[in-house]
Design a protein around this ligand. Sequence first.
Ligand code: ATP
Ligand code: MG
Ligand code: MG
Length: 380
Amino acid sequence: MNILVLGAGQLARMMSLAGAPLNLNIKAYDVGTKQVVHPLTLHVYEQDLTASIAESDAITAEFEHIPDDVLALCCQSGKFYPGKNAIKAGGDRSIEKALLDKAGVNCAPYQLITERAHLDEAIAKLALPLVIKTCQAGYDGKGQWRIKADSNVDEIWSEMAAFIASGTADFPHTIIAEKMIPFNREVSVIGARDKQGNTAVYPVTENEHTNGVLTLSIASDMDAGIQSQALDAFNKLSAEMDYVGVLAIEFFDVDGELMVNEIAPRVHNSGHWTQQGTLCSQFENHLRAVANLPLGDTQMIGPSAMINVLGQADIPKEVLTVPGVTSHWYGKGVRAGRKMGHINVVAKNDRELGEKLAQLAHYLPEDAYPGVAARAQLLS
Ligand code: ATP
Ligand code: MG
Ligand code: MG
């Protein structure tokens, strides 16, 4: 079976790796170069998007910022999953918030901003501090402002106004203000839904971000209350969108109450631990769903961790001497802070996971791999 993935980055690459044993051939469409490429070798096929759509049995995406013309072509074929509405909700925070409200899922209180008066309303209604986000463009915490009690609101507004004004009819720039949530921690849930509406949901993952970028994920014992709230949000949102494929939902945990931060209509960085931590990874389950195959087992094999490799060309090879540790590289050129790869760790129990993380902390310096040593201590 042939599957076309929109986007030719690491997520398409890992789908390709997961698809091979299932006899699924994955091609990737790079929306920047407008080329159809092999997701592992980046070999360019002599084939345009239309021809690639025609030969594909299913089409999916590894990201949500898909040009309208490309999305329209794929949707017209009737083979595109998870569907236009899901991609639109993932790519525009105003659509996303409307979806969350419609599905009755709790999220951070917000206010859309297109003029200065809306910002003043947001400050009055939501109270400082606020997180301001661009609706269409952000990832890895980019395209955000923070307004605190001592911030110069006029100055921040002039930056925001310039950003809004730089939008065009085709690519409008809009902005949303969110209440700054004093969360205890961040968690996410990843799950798959197939064409018949069956679902398979992974255990909730705890995530640590550094400067807005995910640095560490931990999947271990999660209390039942959190798990059931996350499952409820997954069920409501995936049903509302009649979703097919893997859906990720990021939450703030505020004293045991989950509040959605954002959704991603795709496989997600906080689900990379499922490659070794479960029998059927998020990549395989996504492909199974879009290829109309039965969903796979999402049970955790053992407590797991995922450490992102950011801006590093290599890791000390001793990392691989730690039992249960694997490394995953994306084949990308090095740039400061860029997601280059990740390290997965699987253990038998929490204490063993703590021991393995403590061993890894010897080889992985704290400044490049924040949180590993601290988490090791927490678990042991
Ligand atoms: P990505 O898509 O790569 O996860 P993003 O650019 O879409 O990132 P968000 O997830 O919206 O960004 O925000 C990045 C991080 O900033 C969050 O994980 C959280 O740590 C913090 N953050 C975002 N919104 C809020 C909020 N309303 N209150 C408190 N912290 C927030
Ligand atoms: Mg995001
Ligand atoms: Mg996020």
